[in-house]
Structures are given as structure tokens and as C-alpha cells.
Design a binder for this molecule. Structure first.
Ligand code: NAP
Length: 301
């Protein structure tokens, strides 16, 4: 029940009408009996600065940020977490109010600070670690776009041994590998890049422990597309994570099952990035089961 004390969380993006986040977050907020509501906001690129200032002035408690604002929003924030800074993208904004000053919310944002986080990579790593430890593993990633950056930085920070990045556009893979090497110099991971083609991928996967596909291949409506030719390119000691979540069972996941590989569905990354955002804003453990059921429900699974 919304009343005069209800606090606001939300998600900004353009477009925004297809977001699954409100269902997941509102279920979590209701479960904990918190007087909060989570809303979608359609924000155009040219109004991003005004949006953040307006959110501060209105006492908004937290925002998720989705496409296309994840990088551009950074210049409008007061502070940024180190992982988000390395990734160069923010998907979560915490609004930190001066709680000692009751009137601070109405203070045109003067006593409010914003801090940006990126929880996408955390979501992916937590989803995989439900099934297996990442430590000392060889991880192969296909794609070098926004999601791959978030995943690669978090994975590279999680004690892995070797990272192989395969991308159609090799210079984008090179650029991601360079950024990883510069930012994570002391970590000592073996990072290699390859063009994404079936031969290279087959070779890289043959001695990989974990395969994360961050390309949109197989996403609805192109549900028959897959990044591998067949199950023969996979093996039973491999964990396969397709971050595409529509459909839940992508063609890649089906091939992985045929190969008796362990699978991690893409919706799990979506779930855990949301759970981490929830915990950043509210400072308490999120009700994961309830949020997962709400997400599965809204995804029609
Ligand atoms: P992006 O920035 O556009 O990057 C897409 C990457 O995939 C690029 O590296 C691109 O290669 C590669 N790619 C695209 N089509 C390809 C094809 N047909 N063959 C080979 N490579 C191809 O997109 P993004 O933001 O990273 O998102 C990628 C996917 O992840 C989307 O499906 C998105 O829905 C999903 N996602 C899921 C979650 C989750 O929580 N589960 C979170 C974020 C994103 P080039 O560089 O050569 O163009």
C-alpha cells in the first residue's frame, strides 16, 4: 500500500517497458514488509543529468540503470565503486542522504551523494559459484561487449587461472584484454584473445572448465541460433553459462545438456545482479527465493 511514507526505488533506461526488474524487486520488498516501491522510468539520453538531479531532489533511494545509460550516467555521479570504474559502466546507483538532517531530501540534492556500482559481473559469478568454484579454473568467454566487460572484470577478480576471450571483432577483444591487464596487473592471470570462429572456440573449450556466452546469439526470436556447431564442441567437465535469458533454455543450453555439461541459466545472472542492488540500497539480505520466483513468473517460466 503506497502512502505518504513510501520510499522509491526504480530503474532508468530507454526503452524501459520490457524490464523484468520491478516484479523481482517489488516481490522482495513486499516479502520484507518494507514501505518501498520499485518503478520503471523511461529516461532519454539528453535528460540523464536532469534525471539524476531530480532523483536526488525527490529523495529517491536507489536506481538501477539499463541500456543505453550504463556508461553515460557515470559523469553525473558523485562517486563510483572501483569495480564499476574499471568496467566503465554502472547498473546500480545508491543515493546516500544525510540522515542527521531530516530536511535533506527536500534540499535540492545538496545533502545527497550518489555512488555507482556494477552488479552484473557479481550476478554472473554468483550464479556460477552456486554450481562450482571458479578458483584456479580456465574460463572462456564469447563476446566482448558491455556484458562481457562486466563479467570479465568480476571473473578475473575471482581467483581464476586463465581467461580466454573470443570475439567476432578481434580488436574489441584486444581492447578488453588490455583493460584487464592494465587494471588487474598484479593478479597474474593468463589472458588470451581469439577471433570467434568455430575452430578457435572448439580448441579453447577443449581445455576450459567454464564457458560463458555473452553474445546475444540464441536470444528470442532467433531461438535456433547457437554459438557452437553442436554438443561435440562441449564436454562433460565443462560448465556452460548462457547469459541470454529469453528463452530460458537456449539452443546452447540444450547442446550443453546433450554433452552432459553442467548448465547455468541466464536468468540467474539477472536475479543475482538484482539481489546485490537490493542489498546495496537496503543494507540487508534480500529474500532470494521470493525474488527468484517472481522473476521466473514474469519471464513466463
Ligand atoms: P553488446 O554490448 O552489443 O555486445 C554483444 C557482443 O556479442 C559483441 O561482442 C558482439 O560482437 C557479439 N555478437 C553479437 N552478435 C553476434 C553474432 N551473431 N556472432 C558473434 N558474435 C556476436 O551487448 P551486451 O550488452 O554485452 O549484451 C549481450 C547479451 O547479453 C544480450 O543478449 C543481453 O540480453 C544479455 N545480457 C544478459 C544479462 C543477464 O543478466 N543475464 C545482463 C546483460 C546482458 P562484435 O564485437 O564483433 O560486434
Amino acid at each position: 500500500m503506497v502512502d505518504g511514507k513510501t520510499k522509491i526505488l526504480g530503474v532508468i533506461g530507454d526503452p524501459i517497458e520490457h524490464t523484468f526488474s520491478p516484479a523481482m524487486h517489488n516481490a522482495g520488498l513486499n516479502e520484507l514488509g518494507l514501505n518501498y516501491i520499485y518503478l520503471p522510468f523511461h529516461v532519454k539520453e539528453e535528460r540523464l543529468g536532469e534525471c539524476i538531479q531530480g532523483a536526488k531532489a525527490m529523495g529517491i533511494k536507489g536506481l538501477n540503470v539499463t541500456i543505453p545509460h550504463k556508461s553515460n550516467v557515470i559523469k553525473h555521479l558523485d562517486d563510483i565503486d572501483s569495480v564499476a570504474s574499471m568496467i566503465g559502466a554502472v547498473n546500480t546507483i545508491q543515493f546516500i542522504y544525510d540522515e542527521d538532517n531530516e530536511s535533506s531530501n527536500q534540499d535540492n540534492g545538496i545533502n545527497v551523494r550518489t555512488k555507482g556500482f556494477n552488479t552484473d559481473g557479481y550476478g554472473c559469478v554468483r550464479a556460477i559459484e552456486e554450481k562450482t568454484s571458479i578458483k584456479d579454473k580456465k574460463v572462456s568467454i564469447t563476446g566482448a561487449g558491455g556484458a562481457a566487460r562486466a563479467v570479465a572484470f568480476q571473473i578475473a577478480n575471482s581467483g581464476i587461472d586463465e581467461l580466454s576471450i573470443l570475439n567476432r571483432n578481434l580488436s574489441k577483444a584486444q581492447s578488453l584484454a588490455n583493460d584487464l591487464k592494465i587494471n588487474l596487473e598484479s593478479i597474474g592471470i593468463d589472458i588470451s584473445i581469439n577471433a570467434y570462429d568455430l575452430e578457435e572456440l572448439k580448441r579453447e573449450l577443449s581445455d576450459s572448465d567454464i564457458f560463458i556466452d555473452t553474445t546475444p546469439i540464441g536470444m528470442y526470436p532467433n531461438v535456433d541460433d547457437k554459438p557452437v556447431a553442436s554438443a561435440d564442441m562441449l564436454h562433460e567437465d565443462l560448465l556452460v553459462n548462457d547469459i541470454v535469458y529469453t528463452p530460458m533454455k537456449t539452443s546452447l543450453i540444450r547442446e550443453a545438456e546433450l554433452a552432459n555439461a553442467e548448465v547455468v541459466y541466464g536468468y540467474k545472472m539477472l536475479l543475482y545482479q538484482g539481489i546485490r542492488s537490493f542489498e546495496i540500497w537496503l543494507g540487508r539480505e534480500a529474500p532470494a527465493d521470493v525474488m527468484e520466483n517472481a522473476l521466473l513468473d514474469v519471464l513466463g517460466i
